[in-house]
Unconditional design. Structure first.
Length: 163
């Protein structure tokens, strides 16, 4: 099985999903290229390389996720935020843990509520260009339905009640 790094995996997954939705190949390629360039620009220090040599030393339940552990170790991470907790139930090296996105976002909200709420509003400000415009309530309710219900409930408590 071919092991893919994070950006290769993202490229593969987005290309497959958008193609399945009927998007034209040139449109998909342009979108994926634009997204990857935006990610590299926004997070220039986030790309981790040089982790391949660690792959044979990592034994976790889902061998397709060993690259995630290897990259986390190389980057000095202490936490892998993932919905796929089954793939990381055993075999993580000491000092490395997993956390569900809901718990991670709740922790972030507790530690830096102003920053997190500003991020919600920044995401909302970008909606409507390709798809429906969303209000903060719409966005947070969507997040609650798609995997982060605790975070959504906590943010909704902090947002003004009027829509």
């Amino acid at each position: 099985m071919r092991r893919r790094g994070g950006l290769d995996e993202l490229t593969y997954t987005l290309t497959r999903l958008l193609t399945l939705k009927g998007r034209a190949t040139d449109e998909v390629d342009a979108y994926v290229t634009r997204l990857l360039n935006q990610m590299r620009h926004a997070f220039p220090d986030a790309l981790t390389t040089g982790w391949d040599h660690l792959l044979p030393t990592i034994t976790i339940p889902d061998p397709d996720d060993t690259h995630v552990v290897a990259a986390a170790l190389t980057a000095g991470a202490q936490l892998i935020v993932t919905n796929d907790r089954r793939g990381f139930t055993t075999g993580l090296p000491p000092g490395l843990a997993t956390q569900h996105p809901d718990g991670f976002l709740l922790d972030a909200l507790d530690l830096a509520p102003t920053t997190v709420l500003a991020a919600v509003h920044a995401v909302v400000a970008r909606t409507g260009r390709h798809g429906p415009a969303r209000s903060p309530h719409d966005l947070v309710e969507h997040l609650g339905k798609t995997g982060t219900p605790g975070f959504a409930a906590a943010v909704l408590e902090r947002l003004p009640r009027s829509r």
